[in-house]
Ligand binder design. Structure first.
Ligand code: DGT
Ligand code: CA
Ligand code: CA
Length: 577
């Protein structure tokens, strides 16, 4: 589709215009950014739209006026946008990659180009290592160090993709395989089946009588580009979304053994194999065999575990963190499931940085089978998200009350806020406003660079206020972009236990915060968790399954998760503040 390419061009034009000093430039930047967003959210290819309805068709896209429609037309006809080419001559900068570095926006990239001739990550690295960046006005030593850290982070994360991108891609490959009638079974294995927060590559297994046909079909699927390995039973391809996918076709009789083997993790498998050996067996991807190479078990994964004296282990637990000992004692926890969730305690609407109305969010929550939804818009200090003050909340809550009445119990909307925890640990709304709410979610959104002691005291002070119900995204990390801030989660958990504050598992694919390791580390405290979508649009309720994945990887049962409770009990729990 031309949409993505054009969106990228418009975005870059906006970047390059951001240093333009003309008074009207600010509006142009906005217009290009909006047009870029509009193009990305369209389902139809703009060139098709243009073919059908010409320039008027283009102008019917919300956010696209006459000038921009002209640019789109120019691109469709010539493959170029002249304005872009001209600006690009002036600023031959790799904005796309440079601006991925934390702390690096378009303006800084342009300054670095003008002063130091930095055009890409390589030349930025050179400038940093010769300490030229810190000498620049507006940068300094701290800035230089942060940029260096940002580059390390970006490079370290290369190659691992968010579960939120990988899982839907894997699912669509599996459904296409199943729909083809060429396979009898197809399942996702590897880290994707284990719901790891990031995925190195996607692993899929299929059973088929016609492996060659299956591989042929796979290689031709939409989104599959480069075939890296191709043999009769294994094909590795590069997917357009930016990762590789292994597809293995296996014999029906070893399906369970292959599933067990390719689900991993490697560490889990090594332990399981040791148990097999101690019983005089051999275990591999083809099956469990006795001394005479006779098959003991192979078709069924559960049966393999059972022959080894264990209960079947949920994929999310297979990390060799003690699950094998529990499986032997038949003491595995019964993990929380997506279907257990009855509500969502964290969401946003158009009033702040969400994209949908209150009414739309409510219908989407119902469509996802939820019984209650807390609307928790941002508070006044968070200017970028158009945070609301006490008065705006009061007005907004009148609308929530009215909608609740209309909904007549089909969905209960909880009146809440995602209140900012300010640098000194105080909360960004008056006590009276906080008291009037059904659900107060609190979070840190600024001042990330504090020492561990300062940050821990800051958050503890917020919890101690007595107004907070839920601590949202407790470590502030953004996967592949921003490190968690320094915070002592055990001390936080101890305080949360004392005050009855709930710890959030934010399901947003780039957050997943708390993550599995953090949940695992504090699961022995008497704290409860809330698996929230942090939805900023109606489609984000689909993300809840990733939060559930983290909870399961942290071994949480339903009892530990507040939003598995019915609405009546949640209201009681929240009223304790
Ligand atoms: P990833 O792709 O880095 O996110 O992680 P995985 O766990 O998907 O790893 P991957 O794709 O390299 O291999 C898929 C599964 O195959 C892995 O989870 C366990 C199994 N496996 C791979 N190599 C070995 C190995 O050397 N020994 C054992 N026991 N299992 C292995
Ligand atoms: Ca993998
Ligand atoms: Ca693999």
């Amino acid at each position: 589709m031309a949409n993505e390419k054009l969106a990228e061009i418009f975005n870059e034009i906006a970047d390059m215009l951001s240093v333009d000093k003309r008074p009207t430039a600010r509006f142009e930047v906005r217009a290009y950014q909006n047009a870029s967003m509009a193009l990305l959210s369209m389902d139809e290819d703009v060139s098709k739209l243009y073919e059908r309805s010409g320039i008027d068709g283009l102008m019917s896209i919300s956010g696209i006026g006459k000038g921009l429609a002209g640019k789109i037309e120019e691109y469709i006809k010539t493959g170029h946008v002249r304005k872009y080419d001209e600006l690009k001559k002036k600023y031959p900068i790799d904005f796309e990659n440079l601006t991925k570095i934390e702390g690096m926006g378009a303006k800084r990239a342009i300054t670095l180009y003008q002063k130091l001739n930095v055009t890409d990550i390589k030349s930025l690295k050179d400038a940093i290592s010769s300490h030229k960046v810190m000498a620049l006005e507006g940068f300094g030593e701290r800035s230089e160090q942060l940029l260096e850290k940002g580059i390390e982070m970006l490079e370290g994360s290369k190659g691992r993709m968010l579960l939120g991108y990988a899982l839907p891609a894997a699912e669509s490959i599996v459904s296409e395989l199943l729909a083809s009638n060429k396979v009898e079974k197809a399942i996702i294995c590897g880290s994707t089946r284990r719901m790891k927060e990031t995925i190195g590559d996607i692993d899929i297994l299929a059973i088929s009588q016609r492996p060659e046909d299956v591989m042929g079909l796979f290689a031709k699927m939409k989104g599959v580009s480069n075939i890296e390995v191709k043999d009769p039973t294994k094909t590795t391809v590069w997917l357009d979304i930016g990762t590789t996918c292994d597809l293995r076709v296996i014999a029906p009789e070893s399906f369970g053994a292959a599933m067990q083997y390719f689900t991993g993790s490697k560490e889990h498998n090594v332990e399981v194999r040791k148990i097999a050996i101690s019983k005089g067996y051999k275990l591999n991807e083809y099956g469990l065999f006795d001394k005479n190479d006779k098959v003991v078990s192979a078709i069924d994964e559960t049966d393999i575990y059972s022959r080894l004296g264990m209960d079947w282990i949920e994929p999310e637990m297979r990390e060799n963190r003690g699950e094998i000992a529990l499986a032997k004692k038949h003491k595995l926890p019964k993990l929380v499931k997506l279907q257990d969730l009855k509500g969502d305690m964290h969401s946003h609407t158009k009033e702040t940085d969400g994209t949908n109305t209150l009414e739309e969010m409510a219908s989407a929550a119902m469509a996802h089978g939820l019984e209650y939804l807390a609307i928790t818009n941002h508070t006044k200090s968070l200017k970028v998200a158009r945070g609301m003050d006490e008065k705006k909340f009061a007005e907004f809550f009148k609308r929530v009350d009215a909608l609740n009445e209309k909904l007549d119990g089909k969905l209960t909307l909880l009146k809440g806020a995602e209140v900012d925890i300010l640098k000194d640990g105080s909360l960004d709304l008056s006590a009276a406003a906080l008291k009037s709410m059904d659900c107060v979610v609190a979070a840190v959104h600024s001042g990330f660079n504090m020492s561990i002691n300062e940050m821990t005291s800051r958050v503890i002070k917020a919890i101690d206020s007595g107004y907070v119900n839920i601590l949202a995204h407790p470590t502030g990390r953004i996967i592949n972009e921003r490190e968690p801030y320094a915070i002592d989660l055990r001390k936080i958990a101890e305080k949360a236990e004392e005050k009855g504050v709930v710890m959030e598992i934010d399901s947003y694919p780039s957050r997943l915060d708390l993550n599995d390791a953090s949940i695992f580390a504090i699961r022995d405290y008497n704290v409860l968790f809330s698996i929230d979508s942090d939805a900023h649009s109606v489609s984000h309720f689909d993300n809840l399954r990733y939060g559930v994945g983290m909870a399961r990887r942290g071994w949480l049962t339903k009892e530990k998760v507040i939003n598995t409770m019915p609405a009546r009990r949640i209201s009681k729990l929240m009223a304790r503040k």
